[in-house]
Design a protein around this ligand. Structure first.
Ligand code: MG
Length: 434
């Protein structure tokens, strides 16, 4: 029996529930339902007009319903009278096949059918900017190499400590906080969980960071490259595959770097599909200013520019930090949390099922010596190239589903057309006197 939300409301003093879904572009949308009405909302779902969100629907479609997944409820630590509940989308009796959370559930269920479960963790880098989002909020944070700067992180102690305490309250197991490699950039780390839990926490974390930042008079952003010349916001994802019951880590073995053949095939699946699913992991025009970027003021972008792998080496797309997991460094702060997990788990499991070879391991500094690697596939240079690669993929629809791929591409094309008809200062400067 799923959690009875009406009962929980009484026990925990909850006044309102945020019945929430995340659309294709990663926007979190909710209905605020009073506790007195939650029994009906739990049984029948909260109603939404699908076309009003970034979903492949028309204004003429019937109401869409978000059915709360009550077991994944998160009570707001800073406002315990409100609880956030992720929901899965339905049109009448039918599940919406391109609902990102539904897509992830399907990928994970397919994995279980084949005997595997997937454990992941995300590193959600973000900037603290001034309220209008144009500059780093801390005017003293100007060091050229600002990573781990004690003085700068402690100037944000109140904000960072509050977030860390909230994660402790929620049982996420936070274990470190730091100033990252760009001025104004921070990261907090918490423990891994099954990929669906991680995706829900990722959505909630972004909401929590933005909300608390606003309360502190700041603007938090996960934008991939919010400021030119500085390191961008990655969302590195650590992934390991376990037995179906989640009890045995299957990553360790006597192949390369202490990894099993299965772990190498997991990396192989990610590498093989990387360029074709870049549109999911790096979804917006600005994403392509983070990957393939020139050197930043700190000395490195920390983002990949080729589809390569290595050991404990941060200049490649896949890093192997230990023998119990691998890290995919491609995703950025704009990636939809559910589609990020669906793409990584799906591609990785596809690699395992097809025994995909990860290819040659390069133990070199890709930023300095990348030109010596002649046969490594490149990542797309912009969103339109990423769209073409995504559209032409044979394997990505096999694990994400054709419905998701069609809907996502359709909406991305509309977004690209909008961008193309936006006039910038750059084109005026370069075009006015032709
Ligand atoms: Mg980081």
């Amino acid at each position: 029996m799923p959690t009875d939300l009406k009962k929980v409301a009484k026990e925990k003093g909850i006044r309102f529930f945020l019945i929430s879904f995340t659309d294709l572009f990663g926007v979190t949308r909710s209905k605020l339902v009073p506790a007195a009405a939650i029994a009906d909302a739990q049984a029948d779902g909260a109603g939404f007009a699908g076309f009003a969100a970034h979903l492949d629907m028309s204004p003429a479609d019937t109401d869409m319903f978000g059915l709360p997944d009550a077991d994944y409820m998160i009570q707001l630590p800073w406002k315990p009278e409100v609880a956030w509940v992720p929901s899965d989308l339905f049109l009448g009796p039918d599940s919406v096949g391109h609902c990102p959370r539904t897509v992830l559930k399907k990928v994970l269920a397919d994995g279980k059918d084949n005997g595997y479960s997937v454990l992941t963790g995300v590193e959600c880098e973000f900037f603290l900017l001034n309220p209008d989002g144009t500059a780093v909020a801390d005017e003293f944070d100007t060091r050229p190499k600002p990573c781990y700067d004690q003085q700068a992180v402690m100037r944000r102690y109140d904000f960072i400590a509050e977030l860390s305490d909230h994660m402790e309250t929620l049982g996420w197991g936070p274990y470190q906080n730091d100033h990252e490699d760009a001025n104004g950039q921070f990261e907090q780390n918490w423990g891994p969980a099954d990929a669906l839990t991680t995706a829900d926490r990722h959505v909630f974390y972004k909401y929590m960071v933005k909300t608390l930042a606003e309360q502190h008079g700041l603007r938090a952003t996960f934008m991939p490259k919010p400021l030119p010349g500085l390191t961008g916001n990655g969302t590195h994802c650590h992934v390991s595959v376990w037995s179906k019951d989640g009890k045995t880590n299957l990553m360790k073995g006597d192949s390369q770097l202490g990894l099993s053949d299965l772990a190498l095939n997991l990396a192989g699946g990610l590498l093989q599909n990387a360029a074709e699913m870049t549109l999911i992991l790096n979804p917006i025009h600005n994403s392509y200013k983070r990957i393939n970027a020139p050197r930043t003021t700190s000395g490195a972008t920390w983002a990949p520019n080729t589809v390569t792998w290595s050991g404990n080496n941060r200049t490649h797309m896949i890093r192997v930090p230990a023998d119990n997991r691998i890290e995919c460094r491609l995703p950025d702060g704009a990636a939809n949390p559910y589609l990020l997990q669906a793409a990584i788990a799906g591609a990785g499991l596809h690699g395992i099922m097809n025994k995909t070879d990860p290819g040659k391991r390069y133990d070199i500094d890709m930023y300095a010596e990348g030109h010596t690697v002649k046969d490594a596939p490149k990542l797309p240079l912009n969103m339109v190239d990423a769209m073409h690669l995504f559209e032409g993929s044979r394997t990505v629809p096999e694990f994400l589903g054709q419905e998701l791929c069609d809907a996502y591409l359709k909406l991305k094309r509309i977004e690209w057309a909008d961008f193309m008809h936006h006039f910038s200062d750059w084109e005026r400067r370069n075009g006015l006197d032709v």
